[in-house]
Design a protein around this ligand. Sequence first.
Ligand code: TEU
Length: 539
Amino acid sequence: GVDKDWWRGAVIYQIYPRSFQDSNGDGVGDLAGIIHRLPHIASLGVDAIWISPFFRSPMLDFGYDVSDYRDVDPMFGTLGDFDALVARAHQLGLKVMIDLVLSHTSDQHPWFAESRHSRENPKSDWYVWADANPDGTPPNNWLSIFGGSAWEWDGDRMQYYLHNFLKEQPDLNLHNAEVQDALLDVTRFWLDRGVDGFRLDTINFYFHDQELRSNPALDPADRNDTIAPAVNPYNWQNHLYSKNRPENIAFLQRFRGLLDEYDAITSVGEVGDAQRGMEIQAEYTSGGDKVHMCYAFDFLSPTPLDGTRVKNVLTMFEQGIGDGWACWAFSNHDVVRHASRWNLGEEAKKLYAALLLSLKGTVCLYQGEELGLTEAYVSFEELQDPYGIRFWPKFKGRDGCRTPMVWQQDNSYAGFSEAKPWLPVAMEHLARAVAVQDRDDGSMLNAYRQMIAFRKAHPSLAQGTLELGFCDDSIVTLTRHIEGGETLFCAFNLSNAGLSVTLPDGNWRQDMATPFNAYLEDRNVMLPPYQAFFAQLES
Ligand code: TEU
């Protein structure tokens, strides 16, 4: 039968389609390009792909502004290409997850055109409309993540509409049951096309407070820049009323009910909440009747990831997640690549990969992470991201992690395209191209392959119980155990100095199938800089 729990502990590879592989020479990646490169992804040993949005879109937020949920943007191909992609991925043993953006649409979506037209049309209540204050100002103090008020004046309706992101991304009103029905129909459309799961964009913004109460200001000590960069005034509010409203639970249950009509479908919700993170993540993923996984933001923040922080985050999840499930990532299309964010050298990158792939939960890798790519520099003249353009130069935007994937070194556009790409190829990435790393046993790429295989060979890593051992800034030790199966001891040296730790009691056998060279001296685990150690308990 089908393993309906395949997603528990799976490794998911995130594709940003604009920048993965161009097949038609327009400088922008496409679905046919992804099909061409699926063997590379399969060679990593991952379980699934998550493709960032490829739906019809004016591309003001590069696909996160959808104008037709049921079609592929011509820039990316056709529905036929999508069907071919699913078929090929399945042949290669890869599940396919797509990125549903249900919280808002593009202002070019026909629903919005109709809704803004008048106050009395069938879709007049499909978005969040509100009158101005008597002095003409917006209804409350809610802010857009991308800058300024979250309210935009519409001269036709003579009302404000809500947008948590760009003004061209109006928020849908999920308090309206017809809107919920329409979004579930969209979901069904893709389930019927054979997808295996969904990444749900900004599920925390599905509902807003219907009384439109203003958000309280945050005490400066409680500011947290994991969601928005510190220069953004959005960070200075507690978004109590604009997100994560109680009505979300019932909608997520409806959504899950639909998924459960199909076989072995999964969902990972983007549940960022700087103030109530753990509580919301547990709430949305527990009970088996809402989303399957929460996409954890804790390791996406600029805060350096030392051993103490790893321990604190893992402890918080152990205590807080209940029967819910986490999905971890170090990098994605929104944040500075972690190699640069944490200033990691080659050995450190491998060590952090091993740590990520040893975590309890599900893991997302972002395209190029397996090559050890650093953040690319994109000049203001070349910048495409509206968020970066808004806050330049204090925040340089998200383009530095969205530059083209590098496939070959000896090609001006790295084998990505025959035309000038929409964002420049980073010259310093060329020596890290897939073709170069493929032939080098000691490469980053092969270290990722080895650690993914190691995770597969040791189910205690993805799904076992987690017991934290000695941890400080430089070292993390964990014991993992799976019922009726192995017990694994893991030690990670996150520092540039040699360290040793003592083995826990018991008879341990070192497992050498990793890219590391730690060793035992009696009961001392000797860990050279940035090395990891794994051992199994002998019965
Ligand atoms: O991001 C949601 C989100 O909260 C963003 O503000 C994110 O934290 C920010 O980009 C970090 O720099 C999702 C998508 O991942 C993002 O690409 C979209 O722009 C956004 O939703 C709007 O759909």
